[in-house]
Design a protein. Structure first.
Length: 600
């Protein structure tokens, strides 16, 4: 095989004379003949075929003629693991002389590989025109198709093999034949950018209006591939420009999407309206704006595109270009009588979209043209709130200083920018807001302050900042609930220590008699409970149900806390209003009562 692959004629000859098995194959089914054919070693290929007959003749005395024919045929038409024969290898590599020799010795010209490709298809695919001629001269079937319905002409067209296409057409190939999906040779050439092939097919009668099963014609496919030269060819040959893609997208919209300015102008000259809308109410200008095609956008504006038209989401071209950061398009739109500060269906302006997507250059441009941070979206959030919500702290000062954003504005939940900053843990933003007059004790509709949100989310530095700037940390909230209780409930030990240090009483009780210690025990926060106990609180304080911290720890299965309370002197004999002791709750919950209540 190696000798055949490398074209070593003498070595092959010697091996044959020594009785080498010329039909032997490797693990993938490749034979010496296939390797010779693949590399165009015609003399070796012929030698292998003849050699098989000669060797067989010397070994077999009877029925010699019959054996010669059978063995010779098997060798020439053997296939590898992928269904490829020696003829196919010769054809796909353009070895015309080898192809002719193989056919001479009985190679089956009609045979297909595992993908349904014949030698002619393989030669056409690779653009080996002389080999195609050889195969056709030997009666290869030009109309044959593979399992997907692709013909030799389609394969040649797909790869832009113009000379091969010309030869196939001259031999009778049908230029308008379709595959299983209704696709013609023109349709496979167009999206692949093969302008010469497209021209050749059209000159020989290819129908430009033909559509596949997806209702797409060659023009649509060429546009999808961004091939403006092919689009121009097809338009000149009568391709229909008013057709739409799925979703109601017009040819003009596609041209705008891909920045095909000259093609778009051609469509407009051919009657496509710049005001057409797709099923989402988007215009060609919106497509150009979204994709940053400045020249295309300019051209559309010159041809009367309406800058104020909106799609079904309420977005206009300026909003779309703003969110995508296309500065020059934004500049052009702002100079074309656009209604400023328009809002989309979510009540967002172009400035809000620019802020949302961190488009700083666009933000500066919009501010120069009179946009500010005062408008609110449908959730009641202004640009300042949105920037804080999204962690873009660098925009907080500019919005306040340059645009006069209201630092105490409220969204629909009653949250102020400071509440949002505290909830998110953005200390720098909170500091800027406080320095610019933010109300530190303002509450949202849930009666929660910025301090409460900072505590609940364990933002220690923000809690410190708020307390240092006058947040009322001693305030009693709904039903007597305190900030310390919130910290205890969440297990925020560092914050709890900070609150106690700033005067919050650890002995405070809610209306229902709950203490910070009880809440720590209920939620299994050992470290928190231990810290509160050190503040000389009453371990045996009970709530309205007569339950103390020990009972609460036991009924919530927190054995370690319960044991600590017992060791610290909690009363184990006291009963609640249900006449149950702590040990009863521990037993009900499957805790090891001996381990808890034996004070060692």
């Amino acid at each position: 095989m190696i000798a055949s692959l490398n074209g070593n004629t003498e070595a092959v000859k010697n091996l044959i004379h020594q009785g080498a098995d010329v039909n032997k194959s490797n693990n993938e089914g490749f034979t010496a003949l296939m390797f010779a054919s693949q590399n165009g070693h015609t003399e070796i290929a012929e030698m292998l075929i003849k050699g098989i007959a000669s060797t067989t003749h010397t070994k077999i005395k009877k029925n010699t003629k019959l054996k010669y024919a059978l063995i010779q045929g098997a060798a020439v038409n053997d296939k590898n693991a992928y269904g490829n024969s020696a003829l196919m290898f010769a054809a796909m590599n353009g070895h015309s002389q080898t192809v002719a020799t193989l056919i001479k010795y009985g190679a089956n010209i009609k045979e297909k590989d595992d993908n349904g490709l014949t030698a002619l298809m393989l030669a056409s695919l690779s653009g080996h025109t002389e080999t195609v001629k050889t195969l056709l001269d030997h009666k290869a079937n030009i109309k044959k198709k593979n399992k997907d319905g692709l013909s030799s002409l389609m394969f040649a067209s797909q790869n832009g093999r113009t000379a091969t296409v010309k030869e196939l057409i001259s031999r009778g190939a049908d230029v308008n034949e379709k595959n299983n999906r209704g696709v013609t040779a023109l349709m496979v050439a167009s999206p692949n950018g093969h302008a010469d092939t497209v021209q050749m097919l059209c000159e020989n009668g290819a129908t430009v209006k033909s559509k596949d099963l997806d209702k797409k014609n060659a023009l649509m496919l060429a546009m999808g591939g961004d091939h403006r030269n092919i689009v121009d060819i097809l338009l000149k040959l009568g391709a229909k420009v008013s057709s739409r893609h799925s979703g109601g997208v017009t040819r003009l919209m596609l041209a705008a999407k891909y920045g095909l300015t000259s093609t778009a102008e051609t469509f407009i000259r051919n009657g496509v309206s710049v005001h057409d809308r797709d099923h989402a109410d988007r215009t060609a200008l919106m497509y150009a704006s979204e994709n940053g095609h400045t020249d295309t956008a300019y051209m559309l504006l010159r041809n009367g595109s309406n800058v104020n038209e909106k799609d079904k989401r309420g977005l206009n071209a300026l909003m779309i270009s703003s969110m995508n950061g296309h500065l020059e398009i934004c500049r052009s739109l702002l100079q074309n009588k656009i209604v400023k500060k328009e809002k989309d269906n979510d009540d967002k302006t172009a400035l809000m979209h620019a802020f949302e997507q961190k488009q700083d250059d666009v933000i500066d441009l919009l501010i120069e043209h009179g946009y500010d941070g005062l408008e609110k979206d449908k959730n009641g959030m202004n640009a300042l709130m949105q920037e804080i919500q999204n962690g873009r702290i660098h925009n907080v000062s500019p919005l306040i200083i340059k645009n006069g954003a209201d630092v105490n504005a409220e969204d629909l939940q009653g949250r102020t920018p400071l509440v949002i900053a505290s909830q998110k843990g953005f200390k720098n933003a909170a500091e800027i807001l406080l320095n610019n007059g933010a109300d530190i004790n303002k509450k949202d509709k849930k009666k929660r302050t910025a301090l409460m949100y900072a505590i609940q989310n364990n933002h220690v530095e923000v809690v410190e900042l708020l307390i240092a700037n006058g947040a009322d940390c001693k305030e009693k909230l709904h039903n007597g609930f305190t900030y310390l209780m919130a910290a205890a409930q969440m297990g925020q030990t560092q914050i709890a220590e900070l609150l106690i240090k700033n005067g919050v009483c650890p002995k405070d009780k809610t209306i229902s008699g709950e203490t910070a210690l009880m809440l720590a025990c209920e939620n299994g926060h050992n470290e928190m409970a231990e810290m509160i106990i050190k503040e000389d609180v009453d371990l045996n304080e009970s709530n309205e149900e007569g339950q103390n911290a020990l009972m609460i720890a036991c009924k919530n299965r927190h054995a370690e806390i319960a044991k600590m309370l017992v060791q610290k002197g909690a009363n184990t004999e006291v009963k609640d209003k249900y006449c149950l002791k702590a040990v009863n709750y521990a037993s009900q919950c499957g805790l090891n009562t001996a381990a808890i209540f034996t004070n060692t």
